[in-house]
Structure formats: C-alpha cells, structure tokens
Design a protein around this ligand. Sequence first.
Ligand code: NI
Length: 265
Amino acid sequence: MHNNVNELFENLWQQYLKVTPSAKNIHQFFGNGETIINDHIAIRTFNLPKVNLAVLAQHFIDVGYEEKGQYNFESKKLTAKHFEHSDPNQPKVFISELRVEECSQQLQDIVTELVEQVDASIPLAKNFLYNGAPWQVNKAQYELLIGESEYAGWTAAWGYRANHFTVHINKLAGYNDIETVNEALKSAGYTLNSAGGEIKGSQEVLLKQSSTMADKATCSLSDGDVDIASCFYEFAQRYNMPNGEEYTGFVAASADKIFESTNNS
Ligand code: NI
C-alpha cells in the first residue's frame, strides 16, 4: 500500500511543521495565502542496508520519481542522489546517506546498534518517511555522534522526516531573485546560514541557494528530552541551461554548506 504523491508530501510537511515553527511563519510570509511551489525536500539516513538511500528512494519511485543525479561529499562522508517526478511542480527529492564504514569504530558501533533495533518490515511501511526515529537513542550516544558528525547526531535523534523544504523562487509570486528573498527574511528577523556566504552557488553553476538556520526543538531521546537543532527552510533560484530548459540538478559545493544549517553551534 503506497502513498499517492500529494499525500506523501502533505504528511512530510505536517511532520516538518511540528518541529519547525518558523516554517509556518515563513510560509505565510511569502505565500500570502497562495500556494508555494517547492523546489525540493531533503531526507537523511545511514548507508546500512536496512535503511539506506535505496530503501528510502523506493518510497518515491513508487509514486513516480526517477533517479537523476548523484553527488559525493568527501569531508562529510556522504553520498547523495536526487530524484525527479514527471510533474515539474512536484518537488525534487534529495536523499543523502552517511558512509558509516568511513567513520570511527565508536560511531559505527552506535549506528549499527540503532539500526539493529529496527524490524526489517518497518522501513517498508507506508509512513516510514514521516515517522521520525525508528530506534531508541540515549543522550550519551547522541553526544558521541554529534561530537564526530553533526549529520549522524541529527539523523539518530530526528530520524526519518524532511530535513528541509525549499521554496522555488522562480515560481514565487512577488519575488524575482534570491537577493530580495534574503533581504525580506533578514528584515523579518530570521537568521540565514552564512557558512560559505549567505548565497551558495551562482548563475555560472545555474543554481543559487540560501537557507535559514534550523529551529531548536525538543527531541525525546530514550533517557530524556534534549533541545537541539531541528529543521530549516531553504530557498533556491535556478537558471536556464543553454538549451533553454531550467537546470534541475544540485551543486555539491553549495549543498555541502547547506548541510551545516542544522549544526548546533
Ligand atoms: Ni536543499
């Protein structure tokens, strides 16, 4: 039993709003009651077979998505792919996975223990992508994970959910470019991720991106609650390729810095 594509994104959106209160305000601020077209959403995981990128991707393939691009983030030890739907108004999907075997033995042991708690049927369930962490992680494990990899800590704590939604500026009424969008966000009091500059990318690479810093939200770990970085909102302006069609890929150097929107410090 699969989701239909709209149902899947509605579930992801409602789950995202629960830990990202600023997203509701930003959505209202830019949307002004109109529909906002999303450029993409992103989901994170570990590359262990039970929950890897391919397992997550299948949920999107089942509702009409196709694999389009592959990316490597050497220093963060991540592999990612992006997927597109035949309807260009459906968001692209960017899924990344941590290459656990490249991490310390301690990180490998913790992540392996978490994934071993997950019954093999769970990642195949219809609601898996918007049901949070399918394992119990304690505070000590979480601290060890973020000490080595903010990505690993975030993924262990928050599990399966949209890490961000992304406004497609080209399809946003009232705004022509990312510079204007960023100024409006800052005037309204939001903090932008400035790692590598507020605008990642350029017209030359056919994609400019910016993002807010993640909200802080209360996450229930197995031995108590922690207030940690949750999710953020991203903004993307795309340019046309020489053939006149809009570029639909991603730029690894830019995405590398966008990942840091969920850093806790
Ligand atoms: Ni993104």
